[in-house]
Design a protein around this ligand. Structure first.
Ligand SMILES: *Cc1c(COP(=O)(O)O)cnc(C)c1O
Length: 812
């Protein structure tokens, strides 16, 4: 689309600098992310600058990739004549203003959704319920932030005729900008909870802020709730729903899964698939919206009955014979088929693609036209093989080469042969009524079902336990090095960011880069920065630990070339560990170097204890603590600085809380492993390593099991084989009846030697079968016990669990 320079300058209030004379630019794409670029020549790049991230660093690189148009807060040195620059005060605001301008060029109806809970579900459900009547543009996933909303809205094009966007806020004064970007005609307020109240003085202030989204809507749909209605200005038109006969549209649950609807639009009954409280609220919101949009009642009844759990859509799973499955067995409308085919393309691990597809409902097209469109979609996506299941679809798709047709799911299951599926990516997509989960269950690979389950609630609990040991004002840094001690880095970091932990600690720069790329914006310290990674660290706002004069000088040099100002660094002192750190004899040089520069800022001074968990070494720990006290005061006084000081790790917090200074560093404790039995009892278990029984063998007296015949049965035994071995991190030292696993709450001794990928356990006295769950460690068999038997420490057991073991995260 063409934009005049004059308009752009005006809309973004920008100064304009160009290396060529132009009046108009053709913008085909807008980007804020240097990693995902499409139409480079016609991309307008917004260089955003956050607390922990600055895209201005990438501009030079982007110019070399062919980007010509930039919106920046300042032009990086030496690039003035290399591209076209719009210089603005705030590039995020300019991005929002630009998208608002773009949005105003489209006239179709747009639904804007906000509230505390249910935004994403209502958006996804409305998309599902309305997809046969409209070409919908909606926010992907839960893109609802100051950046996410404009990114969603910029994807509008001429073919759309309905928009559905969600808006989320966490601070006062954020909604105004989102309102300008979305410009909704229809407003939806979902339920208001107490979530995310931190940024607001009270609930009322939060509601008033949210209501700003609806400044100009023609209708606002919300629950009849007098507390909220009192805050809505009287010139907003309302359409309210209620389960208490107070709204314009009233709902009553008259049977386990039947709602009675009473309203001016008509009275009717409707089957609903879910009846938990929040689903009921979201269903009421959706039905009200559909009635407002004049969708016929019969269609509403049919579609609502087919609503699916949003989090169950499009799951990617391992299939039999090296297949990858994309499980979308909960919906079958035409729009979602398009989306699912995109996902298939993006996640295909094999060239060969198969689609298993049921009849398609709710398309809004007549049957021939619908399946002609489906046929074209499948052709365009180069699908090698299609299983067409259903009375309707089996009569179509005649232009495709390889279509296998069945009347029903039953029919497919009856003819199913697993050798027909191998080395391909399979999309399984069907309406709920087809019960395609049975197909998924046949195709899913249950063999390598070894998983490390991570309980995120337990992580929160353990964090709070250590917080309770320190003063409220003491800052907390959490060590997430080595893939969060083996427990998963990004997912745990995300949780810690939510809990407003002050710092994360990683070992290497690339661990930090990974966290940044995954959306972690909080401060991150790199404990072992390698000189070669300094530039990367600066680009990603990662803060180095500086542990010696050599590193300090090397970092200074890089700081000069990047023109840094007071870049945060963390000085590590060697008080006795003799691993990394400045010696007191380095201090004179250290002080004179830091005096001469304002490129760096000493954000913190710290040291590390070698024996904080060893009561017998208390004298040594005291010595380290004394040195730290006097050395850090010395530096603070001579450098005239006011840094954060920290020396306590997990067991330090437990044993020496007096020395917490301004920050502590929690590691192993967060992952549920404490210093002693008493501490362990107060922590919750985080990681559970689980697998399934693969096969069961009956072994006669005198028969042996496994390599080297290390086990010989002294009685008639039942032996189960389970798919986990030393390549997964379970040491051979745990075999030969020293260790055990837990099956149905009973101990099953490991018999014979542990193999690379498997081990055998004695289940003679346990009632179990192939597929029964096996626990290797968890709440009932703590890592600490295993570590003792292996003559090592829990840290090594946890970080040793191989990356091929899938991590699964859950909250209760
Ligand atoms: C790993 C590490 C910690 C955390 O130690 P835990 O014993 O796991 O609490 C703290 N500080 C430094 C410097 C570390 O390397």
């Amino acid at each position: 689309m063409d934009f005049s320079i004059q308009d752009l300058q005006h809309v973004m209030q920008a100064d304009f600098f160009s290396n060529k004379s132009i009046d108009v630019i053709d913008i085909a794409d807008v980007s804020i992310d240097s990693r995902s670029l499409r139409n480079t020549n016609n991309t307008l790049f917004f260089a955003l600058k956050g607390q922990n991230f600055d895209a201005h660093f990438f501009i030079q690189d982007l110019i070399s990739k062919g980007i010509q148009y930039f919106v920046v807060q300042e032009i990086p040195q030496g690039l003035d004549d290399k591209a076209v620059f719009f210089v603005v005060k705030d590039s995020l605001k300019a991005f929002q203003d630009f998208v608002a301008f773009y949005r105003s060029k489209f006239q179709f109806p747009v639904i804007g959704i906000t509230g505390s809970n249910g935004k994403t579900i209502v958006k996804e459900w409305l998309n599902f319920l309305l997809s046969s009547d409209f070409n919908i543009i909606k926010s992907p996933k839960s893109y609802n932030s100051q950046v996410g909303v404009p990114l969603s809205v910029i994807a509008i094009n001429e073919n759309h005729n309905l928009g559905i966007f969600e808006a989320g806020i966490s601070l006062p004064n954020e909604m105004e900008a989102l309102e300008k970007v979305i410009q909704p005609n229809v407003g939806i307020l979902t339920s208001i909870g107490s979530a995310h109240d931190e940024g607001f003085e009270n609930c009322e202030q939060k509601i008033i802020e949210k209501l700003k989204l609806f400044k100009k809507v023609e209708i606002l749909i919300c629950e009849h709730n007098s507390e909220i209605l009192n805050l809505i200005s009287s010139d907003v038109n309302l359409l309210t729903w209620s389960f208490k006969n107070q709204g314009n549209i009233n709902f009553n649950l008259i049977n386990v899964n039947v709602l009675a609807v009473i309203s001016d639009f008509g009275n009717f009954e409707i089957q609903i698939p879910f009846i938990d409280k929040s689903s009921l609220q979201n269903i009421a919101t959706c039905i009200t919206t559909l009635l407002y949009l004049k969708i016929p009642i019969a269609d509403i009844q049919k579609r609502v009955a087919n609503l699916y759990r949003v989090e169950m859509r499009l799951q990617i799973k391992n299939g039999i014979h090296n297949c990858t499955l994309i499980d979308d067995s909960y919906s079958s409308d035409y729009q979602s088929l398009k989306i699912a085919l995109d996902v298939l393309e993006n996640h295909k691990t094999h060239e060969s693609k198969t689609v298993i597809l049921s009849d398609i409902f709710q398309s809004g097209f007549d049957e021939d036209l619908l399946y002609a469109k489906v046929e074209k979609l499948l052709l365009n996506n180069k699908i090698q093989r299609v299983y067409a299941i259903g009375n309707k679809i089996k009569n179509h798709l005649n232009l495709l080469d390889n279509v296998i047709r069945f009347d029903s799911t039953q029919d497919f299951l009856f003819h199913f042969k697993d050798e027909n599926f191998a080395n391909e990516t399979i999309l399984i997509k069907g309406a709920r009524s087809f019960g395609f989960e049975k197909i998924v269950s046949l195709l899913e690979d249950k063999k390598h079902e070894t998983v490390l389950e991570i309980n995120l609630d337990a992580v929160s609990h353990n964090l709070n336990f250590y917080k309770s040991k320190i003063k409220p004002e003491t800052k907390v840094m959490v060590m997430v090095k080595a893939f969060g001690y083996g427990n998963g880095s990004y997912e745990i970091a995300k949780l810690l960011q939510h809990h407003k932990v002050d710092y994360l600690g990683v070992a290497f720069a690339d661990e930090g880069v990974e966290l940044r790329n995954a959306g972690i914006t909080m401060p991150i310290i790199v404990m072992n920065p390698e000189n070669s990674a300094f530039s990367t660290m600066i680009a990603y706002q990662l803060e180095p630990e500086i542990y010696g004069l050599v590193e300090l000088n090397a970092f200074l040099k890089i700081a000069q070339t990047h023109n840094l100002y007071q870049y945060p660094i963390h000085l590590k002192l060697n008080t006795g560990m003799n691993r990394l750190g400045f010696a007191s004899t380095d201090f004179d040089d250290l002080i004179s170097i830091l005096h001469g520069t304002n490129l760096l800022e000493v954000k913190s001074i710290f040291s590390h204890l070698a024996t904080s968990d060893m009561p017998e070494e208390i004298e040594f720990t005291r010595e380290q603590l004394t040195k730290f006290k006097s050395w850090s005061s010395d530096l603070i006084q001579k450098l005239q600085i006011n840094p954060i000081r920290h020396i306590l790790n997990t067991s330090g917090i437990y044993n020496f809380a007096d020395h917490q200074y301004e920050m502590v560093r929690v590691g192993i404790g967060l992952y549920g492993v404490g210093n002693d039995l008493y501490e362990d009892e107060q922590l919750q278990n985080v990681a559970t390593l689980k697998t399934l029984i693969l096969q069961i063998n009956n072994v006669e007296i005198g028969e042996s099991v496994g390599y080297g015949r290390r086990f010989v049965a002294k009685r008639k035994s039942k032996i189960a084989t389970i798919p986990i071995g030393y390549a997964d991190g379970i040491r051979r030292a745990w075999g030969n009846e020293i260790g055990y696993v837990i099956i149905h709450d009973k101990k099953a001794p490991i018999v014979g030697s542990i193999c690379m990928d498997m081990m055998m356990v004695d289940i003679t006295e346990i009632d179990c079968e192939i597929g029964s769950e096996v626990t290797i460690f968890g709440a009932d068999l703590r890592v600490t016990e295993i570590a003792k038997a292996w003559n090592t420490i829990p840290y090594e057991v946890m970080t040793g669990i191989s990356q091929r073991v899938k991590r699964v995260f859950y909250k209760e």
